[in-house]
Design a protein around this ligand. Structure first.
Ligand code: BES
Ligand code: MN
Ligand code: MN
Length: 456
């Protein structure tokens, strides 16, 4: 531990400068405008992996954005850790809400403000620096493989092909990912579950063209009203989702699991104050932690239609659209849920409109084991570095690759995230604490050490 701290101390400024360089690439995978920047970010990651000491570094082209691969195999008899992360980021919009530019990282009160600082550049880069540290101090305890992708934020459409084609090259004993949150630095935790996702788009079409709302209004169904009614009907008075069969495969937690989940530190009053809401919301009969960690949900992510420009326009629009995502829990399948959602929307649409449902992308839910060698290694590493045993939690977010690695390669993951839910992921003013960045770099080599030791 002393040697680790010493190396971090001596290289502190450079570690931060390099992360800043990475954060300056506006590698927004959703927006084609940033195409060259996304490719440049991939090259930068490859360059840094080489500098850190990785071999066989390759920017693997796909039908979309490249996957950066690198490895260091020191001894075939040692266990292998596959590090996964993503160098792409969410769009920075709405830009006017940022206090400093999203792609010009700025430090305020010990925090790095930039798009991607926590999700996921600041987090995966800790692995690159921890790896450098182990190579340079000759303390590598395991073989290491890196797989850093550029399409996580848009559904990783080309990842499954890559993983299938490269199954041999990706062989490992565990996948290690830092792309999740901890409860706090005082209450370190490890997420042991992620929800799945079905992301869909609904288009409701009424008349074949936009109409004068005075001439036709009252006699022709307004697609916006119809879409709103359809969406409103998707939850009942108990905020239960009304789609038939939606819950049919959902497993209820045992009383023990419930007690364990709810014993994690959580202050509802603080939660509400932080979000400036007078009351929380959710499915009746479940606590907030249960609602986000263990229950499936349906959210409208965007809705549009009609006239939203300056001033007024009396129009009865031809179309209305919404983007809707459903978070899924173990035993639910994203393809099945997409199908029943589509059928349901078609069945509740009145004859006055046509409805079309597009299935964008999906990912499967996972629960990661807490009795594995890898989990115990993560637990020991965090306990040593934070002075406190981490609490297992269930995360509400989704990282589809985790289930994919399990299905295709048969490898389980450990989610060693060092972010906080309050880091404003996907929001304006995303941040990552410099403290967490260095803490992660110090903790990860301990994981390697204990994973090697406990694997013996
Ligand atoms: N890193 C997040 C997921 C996350 C964040 C999990 C915090 C747990 C805690 C990831 O980059 C993400 O945003 N995933 C998307 C899904 C993806 C398919 C677009 C999500 O969860 O919405
Ligand atoms: Mn992420
Ligand atoms: Mn994200």
């Amino acid at each position: 531990m002393q040697e680790i701290k010493k190396y971090v101390e001596e290289n502190k400024q450079r570690f931060l400068d390099e992360l800043f360089e990475l954060l300056r690439f506006p590698s927004v995978s959703a927006d084609p405008k940033y195409k060259t920047d996304v490719f440049k970010a991939a090259d930068f990651v490859a360059e840094k992996l080489k500098e850190a000491g990785a071999d066989q570094v390759e920017v693997c082209q796909t039908a979309g954005y490249p996957i950066v691969y690198g490895e260091k195999i020191i001894d075939a008899s040692l266990p292998t850790i596959l590090v996964y992360g993503h160098y792409d980021v969410q769009p920075a919009d709405p830009l006017e809400l940022w206090h400093t530019p999203p792609f010009e990282p700025t430090i305020r009160e010990g925090k790095i403000y930039a798009r991607g600082s926590a999700d996921d550049k600041g987090q995966f880069y800790m692995h690159v620096k921890a790896f450098e540290l182990m190579v340079k101090t000759n303390t590598l305890a395991c073989n290491v493989k890196f797989m850093i992708e550029g399409e996580e934020e848009v559904g990783s459409a080309n990842l499954s092909t890559f993983v299938n084609v490269n199954a041999e090259r990706l062989t490992a004993d565990v996948v290690l990912i830092s792309d999740t949150s901890m409860i706090s630095m005082e209450d370190p935790s490890i997420e042991t579950g992620l929800r799945g996702l079905s992301y869909l788009e609904v288009e409701v079409t009424g008349p074949n063209r936009d109409l004068h709302s005075g001439i036709y209004g009252g006699a022709v169904a307004n697609p916006i009203t119809v879409l709103c009614q359809m969406i409103a009907s998707l939850h009942d008075g108990n905020n239960h989702i009304t789609i038939p069969e939606f819950y049919s495969k959902v497993a209820e937690l045992t009383e023990e699991e419930k007690t364990a989940l709810n014993s994690a530190p959580f202050d509802l009053e603080e939660y509400k104050a932080d979000l400036d809401i007078a009351e929380e919301w959710g499915e009746k009969g479940y606590s907030t932690l249960e609602r986000t960690g263990t229950r499936p949900t349906l959210e409208v992510n965007g809705i549009w239609g009609g006239y939203i420009g300056e001033g007024a326009k009396t129009v009865l629009p031809s179309k209305a659209n919404a983007k809707i995502s459903l978070r899924l829990v173990p035993n639910q399948s994203s393809a099945e849920i997409a199908e029943i959602f589509q059928k349901h929307m078609e069945s509740i649409a009145p004859a006055s409109v046509k409805v079309k449902v597009i299935n964008h992308h999906g990912g499967e839910p996972v629960v990661t084991p807490t009795d594995s060698v890898a989990y115990r290694a993560a637990e020991k590493a965090i306990e040593e570095s934070f002075g406190k045993k981490p609490i297992p939690t269930r995360g509400g977010g989704s990282i589809p690759i985790v289930a994919l690695f399990e299905d295709v390669l048969g490898i389980k993951s450990v989610l060693m995230g060092f972010g906080l839910d309050s880091d404003a992921l996907h929001s304006p003013n995303e941040k990552y604490d410099i403290f967490n960045y260095y803490k992660g770099i110090e903790t990860l080599p301990l994981f390697h050490k204990y994973f090697a030791e406990l694997s013996k």
